[in-house]
Design a binder for this molecule. Structure first.
Ligand SMILES: Cc1cc2nc3c(=O)[nH]c(=O)nc-3n(C[C@H](O)[C@H](O)[C@H](O)COP(=O)(O)OP(=O)(O)OC[C@H]3O[C@@H](n4cnc5c(N)ncnc54)[C@H](O)[C@@H]3O)c2cc1C
Length: 474
């Protein structure tokens, strides 16, 4: 039976859309397609919200909420509060309760998404699926035909060739929440975003953490000033940060683990967390047979409106490797649907993506990078204002962090920014809005911020980087 939908006084047959993968790339696309009147099916094997909600982003940020509370409590004495038992903390970690909360919250979020998506009329099939042709998805026993297919199968944590995770002592980031106790001595291999976030969180919760970094510094791909603040905070709080140390192998030894570095040194711990990157989930799902082009690292090749090499087949999210963020996955998915269903669409603009590293303090950034300015690729005036002079930061005992703004010389247009602060993820928004709306530092400087507030440092930084012509001074 053909079902028709009425839009704009024209009766059109409903476009059939099938989406493989129900993470942000998949379910956000499903919502847009349903809103536009398509007949939508989502095939997912683990649960809506995907790895983002069930194992990655949501669980890690829930863990970090608890670890941030520990950090706040550790400042109590400096704020004039007396902890019972003196130096012995009254707050300990109940690992089973902590992890149970994390898993329950993730499951509830996945359930809420599934209900929302189903309420929009989307059919959800819980099964492993594969492409059986450009217009056919095999989902368990069901064969689903589609005019348009979206692949949004995500990615999975990589392991070391000699260091396969066992879920007990050698762990990926998806296996942390089954632990029944807090790791006594955690060795984190990898100092990118995921490694830094977990190292920060477990250290705050009370683990002795060693961070093994193959590069000169932690967070090698991030703003250097921000990374230096974080590394300094890590070391000051007692973390053992091993720079220029490449992990070759991880083995179980007795009740613990031993990590062997490429120069022969060994690092012992009770547990090892591997954060050495993500591999796209693009194997054995019929992509090559359908003619979908993959790159050398097995990510699906897409253009800026999420088209693959096969007409009618789109891809979004981590399986494309474009930028492994939930917000980017969701936007790629939405763009795919707007494009496929004939709506006006802007190709994705990665230079406008705001992102945060949820260490303590957080690092949030948007727009051009310091590295691009230093290489002379982007002419920019730069101001970096330390947070330590902000009155609200003083009140909270916060001394680490800064606000940095990049502005175009002459016009003062905001080109980018970096905020290192508690809740920097919330403080970056004015700079994101400025970039998206082509605002100048003068316009931010003339905006009221609350006194006292951390956001006062954003307006103050904008005032500092403003250029006054001679006319204004005379
Ligand atoms: C520890 C960690 C923390 C992170 N924190 C953040 C953060 O704070 N902010 C942020 O923006 N990003 C964060 N990310 C990145 C974010 O989680 C990903 O970018 C996001 O999940 C990508 O969404 P996706 O839709 O591409 O895939 P996923 O969320 O991975 O979902 C893919 C879905 O497809 C399903 N699937 C795969 N293959 C098949 C198949 N053959 N058949 C059926 N179903 C299939 C999977 O079961 C899964 O449900 C984090 C990542 C990690 C690892």
């Amino acid at each position: 039976m053909t079902v028709f939908v009425i839009r704009s006084n024209v009766t059109l047959p409903r476009t059939k859309i099938t989406i493989l993968g129900g993470g942000p790339g998949g379910y956000e696309a499903a919502l847009v397609a349903a809103q536009l009147g398509a007949e939508v099916t989502v095939v997912d094997e683990d649960g809506l919200g995907g790895a983002c909600v069930l194992t990655d982003c949501v669980p890690s940020k829930t863990l970090i909420e608890s670890s941030s509370t520990m950090t706040s409590l550790s400042r109590a004495a400096s704020l004039g509060l007396e902890l019972a038992n003196g130096a012995n903390p009254v707050v300990g970690v109940d690992a089973p309760a902590l992890n149970a909360r994390i898993k329950a919250l993730a499951a509830a979020q996945s359930h809420d998404i599934a209900e929302h998506v189903a309420a929009e009329g989307v059919r959800i099939i819980q099964a492993r699926g594969r492409l059986a042709g450009p217009h056919t998805i095999q989902a368990g026993d069901a064969t689903v035909q589609a005019d348009v297919v979206l692949i949004a199968t995500g990615a999975s944590p990589r392991a070391l060739a000699e260091g396969m995770p066992d879920g007990e002592r050698i762990l990926t980031c998806r296996q942390l929440y089954d632990m029944t106790e807090l790791p006594e001595e955690l060795v984190v291999v990898g100092s990118g975003v995921t490694g830094a976030e977990f190292a920060s969180a477990y250290q705050a919760l009370g683990s002795q953490v060693t961070l093994v970094s193959s590069r000169d510094r932690v967070l090698p791909h991030e703003d250097k000033d921000a990374a230096m603040v974080i590394e300094d905070v890590f070391r000051r709080r007692g973390m053992n940060v091993l720079g220029r140390s490449r992990a070759e192998a991880v083995h179980r030894k007795g009740d613990g683990v031993v990590v062997t570095l490429s120069d022969g040194r060994q690092v012992a711990g009770s547990h090892c967390l591997l954060t050495v990157g993500m591999a796209p989930s693009t194997k054995d799902i019929g992509l090559a047979e359908a003619g979908v082009q993959l790159d050398a690292r097995d990510f699906i090749e897409v253009d800026r409106v999420s088209r693959t090499s096969v007409p009618g087949v789109y891809a979004a999210g981590d399986c494309t490797g474009v930028l492994m963020l939930a917000s980017v996955a969701a936007m790629q998915g939405r763009i795919a649907m707007w494009h496929a269903l004939g709506e006006a669409v802007h190709p994705i603009r990665l230079s406008h993506v705001a992102s945060t590293i949820f260490t303590d303090p957080e690092i949030a950034s948007v727009g051009v990078s310091q590295a691009a300015v230093d290489r002379g690729e982007v002419p920019a005036r730069v101001v970096k204002l330390p947070l330590a002079t902000n009155p609200r930061a003083k009140m909270g005992g916060i001394r680490d962090g800064f606000v940095k703004i990049f502005a175009r010389p002459g016009t003062g247009m905001v080109l980018g920014g970096v905020v290192v602060a508690p809740r920097a993820s919330e403080l970056i928004l004015p700079l994101s809005i400025a970039i998206e709306q082509s605002l100048s530092v003068d316009q931010i400087a003339q905006t009221f911020s609350v006194y006292p507030s951390l956001s006062g440092s954003v307006t103050e930084a904008a005032r500092t980087v403003m250029e006054y012509g001679t006319d204004a001074i005379l």
